[in-house]
Design a binder for this molecule. Structure first.
Ligand SMILES: Cc1cc2nc3c(=O)[nH]c(=O)nc-3n(C[C@H](O)[C@H](O)[C@H](O)COP(=O)(O)O)c2cc1C
Length: 332
């Protein structure tokens, strides 16, 4: 087994598993009460769970269902009352870090969503009805829960009473004028650990240091925002080089295995987040599926470290990798 020292100050987790569950909107549609199931699995495994602003289960739902502090992810939104209120709710729930997402001030073009006609509320067409009829177990579980809307928002914004109003409110909320001043203001309001998510550029990483953030997550939002954007793993080394130990550097986007975790650590990340890797487990097997995905990643990381002759995940370096020439994305 790998050496059990603490991986990072921020995460405060076991070095053998420097993995956190990323914020994934609509997790509670993947499986009924999905955020609660994922948060419980994370708690039992001893890794952080991050709740998305756009989750189905609310901050209060997670706080009630778990004991471990979780992280809350916030989008920078125009409605300041909403932002103030949700920060206060996250504090009241004992959230241990605020993850501020910086790469979704406008929504990327999601070709499959357009092709599949994804809408909120969903349109009932012969195609969707046929599709639903093959997912009857999921449908029954969804009918069995009271959590079927965006519970962080509905009931907390005066103008939002139903899904239709929610859709138009959300569409207006993401503020393309996001600036470092706004980040600084949110940091002041929150006053706890702040993690900035969606950094792909060393200059931005240095600005994150200047603003006093505790950590950054090098991320291209799981490839969902900008086609052609560099992958997180390619820009990671230049970001680590730019900020050194001044801030904790974490990474997500594309982590599917323990070996991927090892590569990120070897290139300088203190920890990683996983999105789809646990969401697929959740969809297949509920809470047990999230646990299974964490177990698989943990085992793969452990085995790969052993086969590389390493015992301590905090002491990895690129000596164990063969990085192809030209792999690293460089910004000029
Ligand atoms: C379906 C889906 C919904 C997501 N929703 C959010 C969100 O609400 N907030 C956020 O900051 N990131 C969101 N993300 C991005 C994830 O937090 C994370 O950056 C990404 O999934 C990492 O890539 P991976 O899926 O390859 O692990 C979402 C990703 C997916 C796949």
């Amino acid at each position: 087994m790998t050496n059990r020292t603490t991986a990072t100050q921020l995460v405060g987790q076991d070095a053998t598993m420097p993995v956190a569950l990323a914020p994934v909107g609509l997790t509670g549609m993947q499986s009924a009460d999905g955020e609660i199931k994922a948060a419980r699995a994370a708690e039992k495994f001893g890794v952080p769970f991050t709740l998305s602003t756009m989750s189905i289960c609310s901050i209060e739902d997670i706080a009630e269902a778990t004991d471990a502090p979780f992280w809350f992810q916030l989008y920078v939104m125009r409605d300041e009352d909403f932002v103030d209120n949700i920060i206060a709710r996250a504090k009241a729930a004992g959230c241990s870090a605020l993850v501020l997402t910086l790469d979704l001030q406008i929504l990327g073009q999601r070709h499959m969503d357009i092709k599949n006609g994804l809408t909120a509320p969903p349109k009932l067409t012969p195609k969707t009805i046929l599709d639903l009829s093959t997912k009857w177990r999921w449908g029954l579980q969804m009918l069995g829960t009271k959590r079927r809307t965006f519970r962080n928002i509905v009931g907390h914004v005066k103008s939002v009473k139903d899904m239709r109003q929610l859709h138009s409110w959300t569409a207006e909320q993401f503020d393309p004028k996001l600036s470092w001043d706004t980040v600084a203001k949110i940091k002041e309001k929150w006053s706890g650990k702040l993690i900035l998510k969606g950094i792909l550029d060393p200059d931005d990483a240095q600005k994150a240091v200047a603003v006093g953030a505790d950590a950054i997550i090098v991320s291209n939002h799981g490839g969902r925002q900008l086609d052609g954007a560099l992958s997180a793993i390619r820009v990671l080394p230049s970001i680590v080089a730019a900020v050194g130990d001044q801030i904790e550097v974490h990474m997500d986007s594309g982590i599917r295995s323990g070996q991927d975790v090892l590569k990120a650590l070897a290139l300088g990340a203190k920890g990683v987040m996983i999105g789809r890797a646990y969401i697929y487990g959740l969809g297949a097997m509920g809470e047990a599926g999230v646990t299974k995905s964490l177990e698989i990643i943990h085992k793969e990381l452990d085995t790969t470290m052993a086969l590389c002759g390493r015992r301590d995940a905090t002491q990895l370096d690129r000596d164990i990798l063969l990085v192809p020439e030209g792999f690293e994305g460089r910004w000029v």
